[in-house]
Design a protein around this ligand. Structure first.
Ligand code: MN
Length: 252
């Protein structure tokens, strides 16, 4: 399979390297196009106000001085010059569950593929430091084998999360929906060496809530979570209610 591999942790991230090695070793034609530096929490941002430079590191690996979304666009249209069969984003260092998919550069790269009509996988490992990245990469390879035919030709986007601990302790993949972050984001206020105030967003790890069939519940229980996502953001319930309201005269 022809795969475009990217991430948001940057070209030097071990998760990207390990996943590339495992997928190449399995016989896939993998082209890596990744940001030249960390772009975590860059969300779906795109660079429109300056040129993007590509640097080729070897036959299969390229860096872009931009965001994960830039990498998918430049990768498909500039490097490959044809659509890959699959875009894979990861392995991200840290999970991407619930509302965090809207901040995530990892998931945004998969969303960009989704918009381009290419099947995609966003893959994240819960444990940033000691995660079993080799184990996760092997599971991703088997998932591609198992789901490749189903995903072919459809805009499938699967957000995959791996739990802490070694692969030998993970349960089978569970198909889930997004859970929810129990909002405890701290804003820390401090003073810089010149006496000016600054703020730091986020304190301790967030806690997550959701019933058994959510990504966070499965990850908490030590399983592998597979969540299908799409970009249909329209609130259908509100749409029907608003249509019933009288908006005449608002424009004048
Ligand atoms: Mn990241």
């Amino acid at each position: 399979m022809k795969i475009l591999l990217t991430n948001d942790d940057g070209i030097l991230a071990p998760g990207l390297r390990i996943l590339g090695e495992v997928l190449r070793g399995a016989g896939h034609r993998v082209t890596t196009v990744a940001p030249d530096r960390e772009q975590s929490a860059s969300s779906h941002s795109i660079t429109l106000d300056r040129p993007l430079r590509i640097r080729q590191l070897d036959e299969f690996r390229f860096t872009v001085d931009g965001t994960p979304t830039d990498c998918v666009l430049v990768g498909c249209h500039g490097v490959l010059r044809e659509d890959p069969d699959l875009v894979v984003s990861g392995l991200n260092h840290g999970s991407n569950m619930g509302e965090d998919v809207t901040y995530s550069g990892t998931v945004a790269a998969a969303f960009e593929a989704h918009i381009l009509g290419i099947p995609s996988l966003a893959v994240s490992v819960r444990d940033r430091e000691k995660g079993d990245y080799e184990g996760a990469a092997r599971v991703v390879n088997r998932l591609i084998d198992r789901l490749g035919e189903w995903a072919r030709g459809r805009r499938a986007l699967l957000n995959v999360n791996f739990p802490v601990g070694p692969a030998s302790e993970w349960g089978e993949p569970r198909v889930t929906r997004l859970g929810s972050r129990a909002y405890s984001d701290e804003i820390i206020e401090k003073e810089d060496p010149r006496g000016k105030k600054y703020y730091w967003i986020g304190g301790a790890e967030p806690t997550w809530v959701g019933p058994e069939d959510t990504d966070c519940a499965v990850i908490h229980a030590g399983g592998i979570s597979v969540t299908p996502l799409h970009l249909a953001l329209t609130d259908e319930g509100a749409l029907a209610e608003l249509e019933a309201l009288d908006l005449t005269g608002v424009a004048t």
